[in-house]
Design a binder for this molecule. Sequence first.
Ligand code: ATP
Ligand code: MG
Length: 414
Amino acid sequence: MSQLQPIKGTHDLMFEDVRRHRFVEETAFEIARRYGYGEIATPVFEFTEVFKRTLGDTSDIVTKEMFTFETKGGDNITLRPEGTAGVARAFISEGLAQQTPLKFFYRGPMFRYERPQKGRQRQFHQFGAELLGVATPQADVEIIALADHILKALRLTGAVSLELNSLGDVESRTAYRDVLVNYFKGHEDKLSADSRERLGRNPLRILDSKDPGDKEVNVNAPQFTEHLNTASRDFFMGVQDGLADLNIAFKVVPALVRGLDYYGHTAFEFTTDALGAQGTVLAGGRYDGLIKQMGGPQTPGIGFAAGIERLAMLLPEIAADKRPIAVIPIGDGEAKIAQEITAKLRHAGFTVDIGYSGNMGKRMARANKIKAVVAVILGSDEVREGVATVRNLDTGDQAKVPQADLARHLAGFK
Ligand code: ATP
Ligand code: MG
């Protein structure tokens, strides 16, 4: 394979793709700011241990998907597969425990060694939010409301739906795990090899399996919602009531799980039918045990992460970039004055492209290609008279305008 190809599962983002990408990111951040979330940018790599401790030794990410390597200095590091681990690490290493509640928003590339397909890449992008230090259902409601608001601002209402579940507190989870293991033991012969292994280590994750045999067994599996203790049930009702108060529609889906010990209570996903198998666009949950597990002080947390590529694919048509003004010197003699005028207009706030070379026809063709809205044409006559010919490229109307008046004349195109 040629070394000059992009690496499998990675993409160059440009033109329309990058505009969609930015639109998703900027809309998300704009809304997150309204909810009081400030941006955090953690490094794209961390010690491998950071992810192992956050994600657990049995997660798909840790067992199969990490880009891990040893540095020249002998450190074992990993390109971040997700954002929560870095935020939790920063919370501990920056000593932020006294500053809770803390609200962080992040965005950027993530790396997972998976089989590339539609909506699944090896370098992809996420934005996400984390709310640290609030243990009550209001935090869950706020974080889900934020996710919902962002998706609405992206005009994806109707295209996505919210699925919700509760994983209860530690006591509920321990009790449920026993019930579940019991049930699966009775059907062990029908489970996939993967799931038979999960049975000992992480039975909850079987519920999430995509294997057809596992799925059949899962249909009749005991449901978490029926094994929640009173405190967990109250918590879950608090979240549901809060969402109902905000008119956020949701469906309780008992099979929705995060199979890690430090995830509890709320788990949620926004999904779509429009992307085939890769239907989850945003996923989140409560992780009250995580920061302690990583070696920090007991700190509750809840957050979500969204796949920017998947959202970008779902977006309806987005507004095109602002159309530029094209400054066109007719010949090399007018190049200098054209440069000066271009610089002045740019400093005055206009978006301006300048024709560098070629005959007039070539320069006009470029102006059309970049969808310029007007052309500011400078020939030897114009230079002599101290004017420019301003042509509206949509209507063909044109007028001579004194060079000193250009900014005022073009004000409508800023
Ligand atoms: P999936 O079940 O699709 O593998 P996941 O549970 O691994 O998703 P999370 O770790 O919850 O995903 O990440 C949150 C979101 O990031 C996903 O819902 C998805 O939109 C996006 N995402 C995850 N992995 C990829 C990938 N390899 N390529 C593109 N987007 C991804
Ligand atoms: Mg995955």
